[in-house]
Design a protein around this ligand. Structure first.
Ligand code: G6P
Length: 623
C-alpha cells in the first residue's frame, strides 16, 4: 500500500516522478504528492487529494523545478485523505522531505517526545515523525565536531540510520535534503524498494513496473539496507553489517506490458490476456517424456520432495481462492492431504504442523504483509516454505526457501484476474508433479498434461462469451444482492466470482457451496436477488440442478454458467453463459472468466472506477 518514487540525475525530476506514480497508482489513490530540490536550494512541493490526474493537472500549471525529487501515492492508514496528510512530509523547518510506505507503530510516543522538543506537527500521519527525527539527527551531526569533516553522503546516511534505530514498524522510505544537492537516501524495512540504475541517473520505486522504459538495470533493496543515490553513484549499506556489494539485475519488462494499449481498463486487458498469461505460466514446465511437470526453483532435494506427506497453502484474498482450487486439484492428482489457511489467521495461530509438511505462500505481489508474516512464522518453525508469486524479486521471492514464479506479466487492475488463473495453473502442475512422484500413472499424467496444454485455446474460446455476459450485466446491474453457488471444483469459483463483484461494483455478493444455501442464504432469495450457478457438467450435476429448482421455486432469477449440452438447466435458468465442455479439473479456469467479465460489466454500468475500486489497494502491505 502506498507507492513511492525517487529520482536523481539530469532530467526534470517531476516528469519521471509523475509517470512513476501513475504506474504505482494501484498501490493507493487517496492522495498524491511530489517534492523536488530546486536550483535555488529549497524544497518545493505539489500535493493533491484524490487521483494522480489531479496532481498531474496541478503540475502542468505549475511544474516543479529541480533534478532531484521524491513522490508518493497514498492509501490512508493514519489520518484521512487530506492535503495535510499527503506525503511528502517536511522535517523541522523544511530541511528534509520524506515519503514513506508502511506503518510506524510507536509514532505516538515519538511524537510526544518531539513536540516537547519544539517540533511542530502539520499532519495526523505516523510518517511525519520520521521527517522530524531525521531533521533532529542531522542538526546534531552537523554541530558535532567529529562528524563535521564527513561527506554529505555520510552525513545524510547517518541521519537516516539514527532515525530508523528508534522506529518500530515497517517502512520503505525516500528522503531528500535541502542542504545536500543531488543526493537521495532510501531505506527499507518490510516495504519493498527497487533502484533503477541509468546513465548518470538513478531511479527509485516501490516496484519495478515504474521503471520499465527508463532503465533495465535494477537493484532490489533488501530489508535493513540503506542506499545513498547520486546521479553517478549508488552506495548500499546494511544496518548491522556495513557496506554491501549490490547486485545489478536485468529487468525483463517492457513498457507495453504496463500500458493500457487499446483497452479501456487494465482489468479488461488482463482478463483478455489470460490465454497468453497461462501459456507463459506453463512455458518450460512440461516434461512430456515422463508425463509430469518440472520446476526449476523449488530448491529441495528429490529426497526431501519425496518425503512430503502434507501440503499447507496460505494466502489472502483472491490468492486464497486459488489455494482452494489447489486443494481440490492436488488432493485429486497427488492424493496428498492439503490444507488451506488464511495467512492473517495462520500468522497468529499455532497449529500442529508435521515434519513432512511443505508450505506454500501464494501471493501475486509477493508483498502482502499477512502472507509474509505467515511465511516467516512457518520458516521459524523449521518447515520448508516456498512462494508462488508473480512479482519477480518481491519480498516473498527473496525470503522464501524457493518457489515458483507465475510469469503472468504485470497485473495492474486492483481486482486480480490473470494472476488468479495462473496461480490455479501452478497449483495444478504441482498436483501433477507430486502425483507422478507417487501413484499417478504415466497415462493419467499424459492426459492431464494434454489438458493443461489446451488451456490458452480454451480460454480464447471462453472469451467469446463477452457480449452475452454484457447483455446479462445490463439485465441485472440494478440488483443489490447476488448469490454465487457452486459445488466441488466450482465452489472456490463461486467465492471468487462473488469477491470480484464486491470489490469493483460495491454490491453485496455471497459465494456459497450450492447445497449449503439451504442453511441460510436461501432466505435471501427473491425476485431481485439473482443466483449465479457455476454448473458445468460433472459428477454431481444432478444435485446442483435440484438446487437451481429450489431457487426457481422461490422466485429467484438464475444465471447459469454451463457448457454445451446443458438443455435441462437452460430450460430452467433465466440466462445461461456457455463455456467450452472440459473435464472437471479444467473447469475452474473456464468458468471463472465469465464471472470476471460479469463483475467488470456490472461495475462499468454502475459507474464504478473498475481499476481503482474505493478503499482497496492491490498490494496490502499493512496488517
Ligand atoms: C488485495 C488485492 C487482491 C489480492 C489480495 C492478496 O486485497 O486487492 O486482489 O488478491 O490483496 O494479494 P497478493 O498480492 O498477496 O496475492
Amino acid at each position: 500500500m502506498c507507492g513511492i518514487v525517487g529520482y536523481v540525475g539530469k532530467r526534470n525530476a517531476w516528469e519521471f516522478l509523475l509517470e512513476g506514480l501513475r504506474r504505482l497508482e494501484y498501490r493507493g489513490y487517496d492522495s498524491a504528492g511530489l517534492a523536488t530540490r530546486t536550483p535555488e536550494n529549497s524544497l518545493d512541493f505539489s500535493k493533491s487529494v484524490g487521483r494522480i490526474t489531479a496532481l498531474s493537472s496541478q503540475l502542468e500549471t505549475r511544474p516543479l523545478a529541480g533534478t532531484l525529487g521524491i513522490g508518493h501515492t497514498r492509501w490512508a492508514t493514519h489520518g484521512p485523505p487530506s492535503q495535510e496528510n499527503s506525503h511528502p512530509h517536511l522535517g523541522g523547518d523544511g530541511e528534509v522531505a520524506i515519503v514513506h510506505n508502511g506503518v510506524i507503530e510507536n509514532y505516538q510516543s515519538l511524537k510526544q517526545e518531539l513536540e516537547i522538543e519544539g517540533y511542530c506537527f502539520r499532519s495526523e500521519t505516523d510518517s511525519e515523525v520520521i521527517a522530524h527525527l531525521i531533521d533532529r539527527n542531522l542538526a546534531r551531526l552537523v554541530s558535532d565536531a567529529e562528524w563535521s569533516a564527513c561527506t554529505p553522503n555520510e552525513l545524510a546516511a547517518e541521519a537516516v540510520r539514527g532515525a530508523l534505530a528508534g522506529l518500530r514498524g515497517t517502512l520503505g522510505l525516500a528522503v531528500i535534503f535541502r542542504r545536500f544537492p543531488g543526493l537521495l537516501v532510501a531505506a527499507r524495512r518490510g516495504s519493498p524498494l527497487v533502484i533503477g540504475v541509468g546513465k548518470d541517473e538513478h531511479f527509485l520505486a516501490s516496484d519495478s513496473s515504474a521503471l520499465a522504459g527508463y532503465t533495465d538495470k535494477i537493484v532490489y533493496l533488501a530489508d535493513h539496507q540503506i542506499a545513498v543515490l547520486t546521479a553517478d553513484q549508488l552506495n548500499v549499506t546494511h544496518r548491522e553489517t556495513g557496506a554491501v556489494r549490490h547486485l545489478i539485475q536485468t529487468l525483463q519488462l517492457d513498457t507495453r506490458q504496463v500500458e493500457l494499449g487499446s483497452y479501456p481498463h487494465y482489468m479488461l486487458k488482463e482478463i483478455c490476456e489470460q490465454p497468453q498469461s497461462l501459456a507463459d505460466t506453463m512455458r518450460g514446465r512440461f516434461d512430456s517424456e515422463d508425463a509430469t511437470s518440472v520446476f526449476g526453483g523449488l530448491n529441495l532435494s528429490p529426497q526431501q520432495l519425496r518425503s512430503v506427506d502434507r501440503i499447507l497453502l496460505t494466502a489472502c484474498g483472491t490468492s486464497w481462492h486459488a489455494a482452494l482450487v489447489g486443494e481440490y486439484l492436488i488432493e485429486e492428482m497427488a492424493r496428498l492431504p492439503v490444507e488451506v489457511e488464511y495467512a492473517s489467521e495462520l500468522r497468529y495461530r499455532n497449529p500442529p504442523v508435521d515434519r513432512g509438511t511443505l508450505v506454500f505462500a501464494i501471493t501475486q505481489s509477493g508483498e502482502t504483509a499477512d502472507t509474509l508474516a505467515a511465511m516467516r512464522e512457518m520458516k521459524r518453525k523449521g518447515h520448508p516454505t516456498l512462494a508462488i508469486c508473480n512479482v519477480v524479486g518481491s519480498t516473498a521471492a527473496q525470503e522464501s526457501d524457493g518457489g515458483i514464479y507465475l510469469h503472468a506479466g504485470p497485473e495492474i487492475g486492483v481486482a486480480s484476474t490473470k494472476a488468479y488463473t495462473s496461480q490455479c495453473l501452478v497449483l495444478s502442475l504441482l498436483g501433477l508433479y507430486f502425483g507422478r512422484m507417487h501413484h499417478l500413472s504415466y497415462d493419467a499424467g499424459r492426459r492431464y498434461l494434454e489438458g493443461f496444454q489446451r488451456l490458452p485455446e480454451l480460454i480464447d474460446q471462453t472469451l467469446q462469451c463477452k457480449s452475452e455476459v454484457q447483455r446479462i450485466a445490463e439485465k441485472y446491474a440494478h440488483c443489490r444482492n447476488f448469490l454465487y453457488l457452486g459445488r466441488q471444483h466450482n465452489f472456490p469459483t463461486a467465492l471468487e466470482g462473488a469477491l470480484k463483484l464486491k470489490e469493483i461494483s460495491y454490491l453485496h455478493a455471497e459465494g456459497y457451496p450450492a447445497a449449503e444455501m439451504k442453511h441460510g442464504p436461501i432466505a435471501l432469495v427473491d425476485e431481485n436477488t439473482p443466483s449465479v450457478f457455476i454448473m458445468p457438467p460433472g459428477g454431481i450435476y444432478e444435485k446442483v440442478l435440484s438446487n437451481v429448482q429450489e431457487v426457481k421455486a422461490r422466485g429467484g432469477p438464475v444465471i447459469a454458467i454451463v457448457s454445451e449440452g446443458a438443455e435441462r438447466v437452460a430450460a430452467l435458468a433465466d440466462d445461461c453463459v456457455y463455456t467450452p465442455a472440459v473435464p472437471e479439473y479444467l473447469q475452474p479456469f473456464t468458468t471463472v472468466v465469465p464471472l470476471q467479465l460479469l463483475a467488470y460489466y456490472i461495475a462499468l454500468l454502475r459507474g464504478c472506477d473498475v481499476d481503482r475500486p474505493r478503499n482497496l489497494a492491490k498490494s496490502v502491505t499493512v496488517e
